[in-house]
Design a protein around this ligand. Structure first.
Ligand SMILES: [Fe+2]
Ligand SMILES: [Fe+2]
Length: 214
């Protein structure tokens, strides 16, 4: 998506449109096929289903935040190539969002009721770190994606062994988050100070604990 010639009002409307399509389920059609599409549904117990749904709701909330972060960063990016890179990543994150939502539906549950809160918070953080300059904005992305990879690895440990459908989605997401992080590093990400990294981990913990339940 090229937005270089858009007026500030156009950008605002495009941003509002993206916010709405992110927080209002159903999310719309993903651009790519769901990695779980050809995977058989397992015979899960109610308890296993509830646990898998809790984890997938956390992942969905993470993808809501990812949309907001990338949109926030893109809106204030100085370098057009970096802006383009952010939009490209946001498109892949949108597929992740739609796949998680699809899986939640299959497990007879829905996304977090706090999606607007996750979106608003992450957008503000994305835009704020973007204002500091592209290298900090990229540093923030690199660190976020690193933390997300670790978090998705923990979900691969925690998801029921038989739930191959959820696993297929989480696995592909994990690979792509790693790539997003590498791309941010290649584009010149700065290393974030330790206290900021700690604060990010703490924020993520609050979000994941909450979204597991609501
Ligand atoms: Fe993602
Ligand atoms: Fe990502």
């Amino acid at each position: 998506m090229r937005e270089r010639n858009l007026t500030p009002i156009d950008r605002l409307l495009a941003g509002a449109n993206n916010a709405l399509r992110t927080i209002a389920a159903p999310a719309g059609r993903p651009a790519r096929k769901n990695p779980a599409a050809d995977v058989d549904e397992a015979d899960l117990s109610d308890k296993q289903k509830a646990h898998a749904a809790g984890l997938m709701r956390v992942n969905h909330a993470g993808e809501v935040a990812a949309q907001a972060l990338y949109q926030g960063h893109a809106m204030v990016a100085r370098d057009p190539n970096i802006e383009k890179q952010m939009h490209r990543a946001a498109e892949e994150e949108f597929d992740h969002l739609a796949w998680c939502e699809q899986r939640l539906n299959e497990l007879n549950e829905g996304p977090s009721v706090l999606s607007p809160v996750w979106y608003a918070g992450a957008f503000a953080i994305g835009a704020a770190s973007g204002v500091l300059g592209d290298k900090w904005s990229l540093g923030f992305i690199a660190e976020t994606e690193k933390q997300v990879c670790a978090h998705l690895d923990s979900h691969l440990d925690e998801l029921p062994d038989d739930d191959a459908k959820s696993r297929a989605i989480v696995k592909q997401m994990r690979d792509e988050e790693e790539e997003h992080g590498e791309n941010a590093k290649d584009a010149g990400a700065a290393e974030l100070p330790d206290p900021i990294r700690g604060l990010m981990k703490l924020t993520a913990k609050v979000m994941t604990r909450t979204a597991y339940r609501v």
